[in-house]
Write a protein that binds this ligand. Structure first.
Ligand code: GMT
Length: 369
């Protein structure tokens, strides 16, 4: 698994995939610049190899892609790996391609699978600064997957890609999201039985976290409510500014980065995902796994996950009035809310790891031959 080790969705998906493959007896090696946050310790069949970033006075920027390719080559050779699975095309797909070529020069064959996750295509990848290498690496992979039909369509729209792209949706381990002592724990955040709205992200512009605050402000004017914000990122400063402007800071619990997000999602009455674009929306699926309905935008792959009027409600990007109206309509009636909670869980079950893991295993077998 070649992935980012951080809280971003692609790293989470790679880590969970690797963990579950290892549990089934596969030998899984994670290769990244630090230990993936969700990897944990004491796992059977799991290895982690750190790519050391070398500083040299000549470099303004360390050549990470070369260091990664060298590490991949070394580990593949030493541990006799069958496959490199690159999560997030930039720069993992081209680093894997390079390693494959170096290994071939030593007479060693290895398969390369690239999984496209989102902004590697929709925001960054299509930028002319990246496009030629991304196109090349996708076409040179032995197999390519996208996490939603929407992302597959975007890839074919923005890149002259010839390679077949297989849609393998993201997944969850449903059991991990069931929490205990819910009522007691909710009181810590909402002592007077206020409704709890929640948002989890890495606070980049694309997430439109300011819309989360605006929706929350409108909701709390109608229904007593608290907002739990989980995450961190470049937009944090603007979020803090806006919460002062709206005078909502007193009703917001800002938790920062949380490693075990599955332990907190179930405390929410509603989850908010206001993104400009989202190839899948793993955070929404995680919320639904915890029986939490989702108020989201209707962009990218989100409608493939959150079904309007069933597991939650969808609105146009930026339409905070509509999102607030939808949130209130669900929260104001206990029966309606409970129905949405049950439906959200039903919808999440479609993405159970047990349904998705065999798709990856089948693809691995096909590539290994
Ligand atoms: O954009 C992020 O939050 C991180 C990014 C990543 O690749 O790390 O997430 C993308 O991949 C996730 C896992 O496949 C998807 O659930 C997210 O929807 C996608 N993000 C965007 O498309 C903005």
């Amino acid at each position: 698994m070649v992935c980012y080790p951080t809280f971003g969705g692609s790293g989470v998906v790679a880590t969970e995939l690797g963990k579950h493959l290892a549990a089934k007896g596969h030998e899984v090696h994670f290769i990244s610049y630090s230990r993936p946050v969700r990897l944990g310790i004491d796992s059977k069949n799991i290895f982690f190899h750190e790519v050391s970033v070398i500083d040299y006075p000549l470099f303004d920027y360390s050549p990470y892609e070369i260091l990664l390719s060298s590490k991949l080559t070394d580990i593949a050779k030493h541990y006799k790996l069958d496959l490199l699975h690159a999560h997030y095309a930039i720069p993992h797909a081209s680093a894997a391609y390079m390693a494959k070529q170096v290994l071939a020069s030593h007479g060693i064959k290895i398969g390369v699978i690239t999984t496209l996750h989102g902004t590697d295509i929709t925001l960054l990848g299509k930028d002319p600064a990246f496009e030629p290498v991304i196109t090349f690496s996708i076409n040179q992979s032995d197999a390519v997957t996208a996490v939603s039909q929407s992302l597959k369509n975007d890839t074919l729209k923005y890149f002259p890609v010839k390679k077949d792209i297989k849609v393998i949706p993201n997944f969850v381990c449903i059991e991990d999201y069931q929490i205990e002592n819910k009522a007691e724990r909710k009181k810590l955040y909402a002592p007077y039985g206020e409704k709890i709205l929640m948002h989890v992200s890495n606070y980049r512009k694309v997430k439109r976290v300011e819309d989360v605050l605006r929706v929350f402000d409108k909701v709390r004017k109608q229904i007593p409510a608290k907002l739990i914000l989980v995450g961190d990122g470049p937009e944090k400063i603007n979020i803090e500014k806006l919460c002062k402007e709206l005078d909502t800071c007193g009703d917001i619990h800002s938790l920062g980065k949380v490693k075990d997000v599955e332990k907190i999602l179930g405390l929410a009455d509603l989850f908010l995902l206001t993104s400009e674009t989202e190839s899948f929306g793993l955070a929404a699926l995680e919320a639904m796994s915890a029986h939490v309905p989702v108020i989201s935008t209707n962009t990218g792959g989100i409608p493939e996950v959150n079904v309007h009027g069933f597991s939650g409600m969808l609105s146009n990007v930026g339409d905070v009035d509509d999102m607030a109206k939808n949130a209130i309509s669900i929260l104001k009636d206990e029966n309606i809310h409970q129905k949405f909670c049950d439906n959200a869980f039903e919808q999440a079950k479609k993405f159970k790891i047990e349904n998705i893991l065999p798709m990856y295993e089948k693809l691995y077998q096909e590539v290994i031959g």
